[in-house]
Design a protein around this ligand. Sequence first.
Ligand code: SAM
Length: 281
Amino acid sequence: MLSYRHAFHAGNHADVLKHFVLSQVLSYASQKDKPYWYIDTHAGAGMYALDKGYATQNAEFSEGIARLWDEPNLPSALAEFVAQIKQHNRSPDLRYYPGSPSVAQDLLRSDDRMRLFELHPNDAKLLRQHFKSAGRKVMVEQEDGFAGLKAMLPPPPRRAVVLIDPPYEEKRDYQRVVDALKDSLVRFATGTYIIWYPLLQRPEAQQMQDKLAKLQLKSWLNVSLTVHTPSPEGFGMHGSGLFIVNPPWNLPATLKETLPVLVAKLGQDQGASFRMEHQIP
Ligand code: SAM
């Protein structure tokens, strides 16, 4: 089933949290003088127009990146992230929003590499087009990202940041994520793995977090942002989170400073809040 198109959701609160954290993780990885690979198992289209097509349907970006666009007093890490998104817009207006591969491209250095997987034929085509001038630095494969990840590990430079960001439209994605992480840690224990998850009222979403917590990992961080009270009908996504294995040591401090601001700016009612737990030796 491939009905999910990320363009409907581009720039929403979940993208803001995910891409902000991704940019923090990659900035840190880029500080060390040794190349690394960025692997995106579910890469999407790479870049999204917000003023035409799918993105205009529910204009989800208006509850996400648009709320930060003209904010003058953001904490420096968040201000730098908004400036990064502004770089993708030629005019001062918010018209384009980058997907995770484009956020990563901004931070990778000349010796770093990107390996992108996207199964949907239309988005894979858009992704290829978007990176057509990147040469060997970027590889785009139209194939299953879970299988693709297996084949990539361990990566030749023995350093990697992996984003696992499935649509979870199929219930089996929750278990596939846990299995993929377990398998990846056997192949390549020192990689940094970022798993995105939705906050929903269905049990699979919470069960996946419980299973990740039970892996007894040495170094991890779990952060989530709730933007509104869960609906009384039990439907809809009230927030999102990221479970990170082998996170940068300085990430908790940055998130402690920025998450309250994201709650204030992206929160839609009194139920808005954040949670962060971590263990980083
Ligand atoms: N990572 C992107 C970003 O942050 O900009 C968004 C990705 S979106 C949440 C999930 C993507 O996974 C969709 O584009 C969908 O077509 C794709 N997809 C679904 N199943 C897949 C699979 N098994 N392997 C690779 N891509 C898949």
